[in-house]
Design a binder for this molecule. Structure first.
Ligand code: IMP
Ligand code: MG
Length: 194
């Protein structure tokens, strides 16, 4: 039974993530948890159809993709492997980005396998394009990409992710894996910093 308290609680949760109370930034909800979960199920089923009788290896791009990968793999009813790489930019200055470095790819072997790279957000596309270039050196059988979010900005030429859960405007977002100065990754929704 839906109680009045229940409705009030859900409204409050949708309006503001409680864990942000102690932090300085003001957050505005962009995608609520229920909407994310619905879309995760939908895309997982699509991946399930596309990877029948394939040798699926999901490469999770840490740390941002941790939530979306954790939820996707529980909805994809197929045998699959999960590997992880970490991509980071030099200099931790919040929203600014420097040169990209990739860690962990040397421990993975995807030769002749069907790779799905999963990242949190497709912004300039530089991360994904660089990852593709490096992964392709191992000659996988196929390579595709999946991102939680794609920003409405000019991306690197000739590259589009194969699965996009949500298209968003050019705003800096946090939550559901995405951070601002390593904060907010644990929020269940996606929020804009105001
Ligand atoms: P790209 O290489 O420009 O596509 O950037 C991708 C990476 O930048 C993502 O994996 C994120 O780590 C980071 N990034 C880009 N936009 C945002 C954002 O709005 N919030 C948090 N991280 C972001
Ligand atoms: Mg990232």
């Amino acid at each position: 039974m839906i109680t009045r308290l229940g409705i009030l609680t859900s409204l409050l949760i949708a309006a503001a993530p409680s864990r942000s109370d102690t932090m300085e930034e003001k957050l505005r909800v962009l995608i609520d948890p229920a909407k994310i979960q619905g879309k995760v199920k939908e895309v997982a089923k699509q991946i399930e159809r596309d990877y029948q009788n394939k040798d699926l290896v999901i490469i999770m791009v840490l740390k941002g993709a941790l939530c979306v990968v954790a939820d996707l793999i529980r909805e994809i009813d197929l045998p699959l492997n999960v590997e992880a790489v970490q991509c980071s930019s030099y200099g931790k200055r919040g929203t600014e980005r420097g040169e990209l470095s990739i860690f962990g790819l040397d421990r993975i072997n995807v030769h002749n396998r069907d790779v799905l790279v999963v990242d949190d957000i497709f912004d300039s596309g530089y991360t994904m394009a660089t990852l593709y270039k490096e992964i392709e050196k191992q000659v996988p059988r196929s390579i595709k990409s999946c991102v939680l979010l794609s920003k409405n900005v000019k991306h690197v030429p000739n590259f589009q992710p194969d699965y996009v859960l949500f298209d968003i405007e050019n705003e800096f977002v946090v939550g559901y894996g995405l951070d601002y100065k390593e904060q907010y990754r644990g929020l269940s929704g996606v929020y804009v910093i105001e």
